[in-house]
Write a protein of this length. Structure first.
Length: 260
């Protein structure tokens, strides 16, 4: 006896075929393809940026489900052996010429004026002891700060005025900047070399005085308990015109005597 199909069975079969056809017509992006597209977006942002990019900036251009940290790590590995590397500086990301390729660009680097010994010592004291006042810098160095030293470091952008110390006179406190960390390739101020690293690099004598130590640098973004905000009157000259110990003292011209 020939089999027959009811109207309901025919309808169900047609519905299943339609569902299958609709599913076949939907193009689903493969997870690997989606991740590859996200990596391309990060590359585009980094190449177009004129300064290091924060994670928050990346997130503005990616879906909420994107794992930005994992994507950045993949990108870092992809560029590890290339002419440019992905580096993290001051918590932000940027492409930088690979260190072993520096010789290729050396002829294009402009020679810049070097800091004086006093400038380097002052910068080091601020970096390791921040927040620190001018008087505290002079106490550590053992000599007065030479004319224009703080002004020069402020102009370069390596130090900044943080606040005012809650002591008589309310002296200004100084600390390093994000530009300082970017220039010296530091992701965090605690990446500065310690005692053993400085000795190994030949920057400290092997026989140091008893009790000599290198402080652990700290640079909290927020003001410390003994600091208060700047009050807007800090644009006065920062340095008194003291003699520069690194420069020979100028001789005053002879003054004619009145022999009358």
């Amino acid at each position: 006896m020939p089999s027959t199909m009811t109207a309901i069975e025919i309808s169900d079969e047609q519905g299943e075929e339609a569902t299958a056809a609709e599913a076949a017509a939907v193009v689903t992006l493969h997870p690997h393809a989606e991740r590859s597209q996200h990596l391309r977006i990060l590359e585009a942002i980094l190449f177009a940026a004129t300064e290091p990019v924060s994670v928050e900036k990346f997130k503005e251009h990616l879906p909420e489900t994107a794992d930005v940290a994992s994507l950045l790590e993949d990108l870092r590995e992809n560029y590890a052996n290339r002419g440019v590397n992905l580096v993290q500086l001051a918590g932000k990301y940027m492409f930088r010429t690979a260190e072993d390729m520096a010789f290729v660009l050396r002829k294009d680097v402009q020679e810049q004026k070097r800091l004086t010994k006093a400038g380097l010592e002052t910068l080091a004291i601020i970096a390791y002891h921040q927040p620190v006042t001018r008087a505290e810098i002079e106490d550590i160095r053992g000599v007065a700060i030479s004319k224009g030293t703080l002004d020069t470091l402020l102009d370069i952008g390596w130090i900044k005025m943080r606040g005012r110390r809650k002591t008589p006179g309310r002296p200004v406190t100084y600390g390093t900047t994000e530009t300082f960390m970017q220039h010296f390739g530091l992701n965090d101020i605690t990446d500065l070399p310690g005692l053993q690293e400085l000795k190994a690099a030949g920057l400290l004598e092997a026989n140091l005085p008893p009790g000599f130590d290198v402080p652990v640098p700290k640079a909290p973004d927020d003001l410390t308990a003994d600091e208060e905000p700047l009050d807007g009157t800090e644009q006065i000259p920062l340095d008194m015109h003291l003699p520069d110990p690194d420069q020979p003292e100028e001789q005053a011209p002879d003054t004619p005597r009145d022999e009358g």
